[in-house]
Design a protein around this ligand. Structure first.
Ligand SMILES: [Ca+2]
Ligand SMILES: [Ca+2]
Length: 224
């Protein structure tokens, strides 16, 4: 539409500007030309306004997308930082356990502490080497551990306790233990017996007072 107006304007204005004085019909052409010119100017202004509006809409949309992406990257960056910190912690604890003897079994590492200490101190000692008081997940793991401690002739602390009476939970993940291989007569309601050890003779478990002093077993999910 605007192109047609421009062509018309050029045709009319050519005649209008070629004369020194204007007759009536030429004056009409002149007026028509001026009107067309005004319309073209208005059209150009409308197009310019539309372009500005479109431009701002596009910029705002792009800015919103970029801001969303930036937020996602920030969250990702935080997660990477946390993982990096975890790796540093593991690296540090591994360096500190160079002199600790570890038994590797099924992708995990086990440390058999020989010093006789109470259950809470045993728990702390395991944490120092980047592990936890052992969580015995199944019969095979119990069999492996029993095969080692039976040679020591001593019961060992494991990471199981019922600080809420009757609810025996693993310290590693606070999950409830199922099908516990108790010594006959053990694991009954007794608020003085809250910490659990594994027996060297049968591999069965016994609950007793947490202040009792025993060797202990630590487990670690990562091995060098
Ligand atoms: Ca385990
Ligand atoms: Ca108890």
């Amino acid at each position: 539409m605007m192109v047609i107006k421009i062509i018309l304007l050029l045709m009319i204005s050519k005649n209008a500007f070629s004369l020194h004085c204007m007759a009536d019909n030429e004056k009409q052409d002149f007026d028509v030309s001026r009107k067309a010119l005004s319309e073209i100017k208005a059209d150009i202004q409308n197009i310019r306004n539309t372009l500005y509006s479109d431009y701002h809409q596009v910029v705002n949309k792009m800015y919103a997308v970029l801001r969303k992406r930036s937020d996602s990257l920030s969250k990702l960056d935080q997660k990477i930082q946390k993982i990096d910190n975890d790796f540093k912690f593991v690296e540090k604890t591994c360096q500190n356990t160079d002199d600790v003897e570890l038994d590797k079994y099924n992708g995990h590492c086990y440390h058999y502490g020989t010093d006789k200490i109470d259950w809470f101190t045993a728990k702390k000692n395991c944490k120092k080497i980047g592990g936890y008081l052992v969580k015995i997940d199944n019969k095979d793991e119990n069999k492996r551990i029993h095969s080692i401690i039976r040679k020591t002739g001593k019961n060992h602390w494991i990471g199981l306790a019922d600080f809420t009476e009757g609810q025996f939970r693993w310290t590693f993940d606070q999950s409830l233990a199922t099908s516990i291989p108790w010594f006959p007569g053990r694991g009954k309601h007794d608020t003085n017996r809250n910490c659990v050890n594994i027996g060297d003779s049968s591999g069965q478990w016994d609950d007793r007072t947490c202040s009792y002093k025993l060797p202990y077993i630590c487990e670690r999910n990562l091995c060098k």
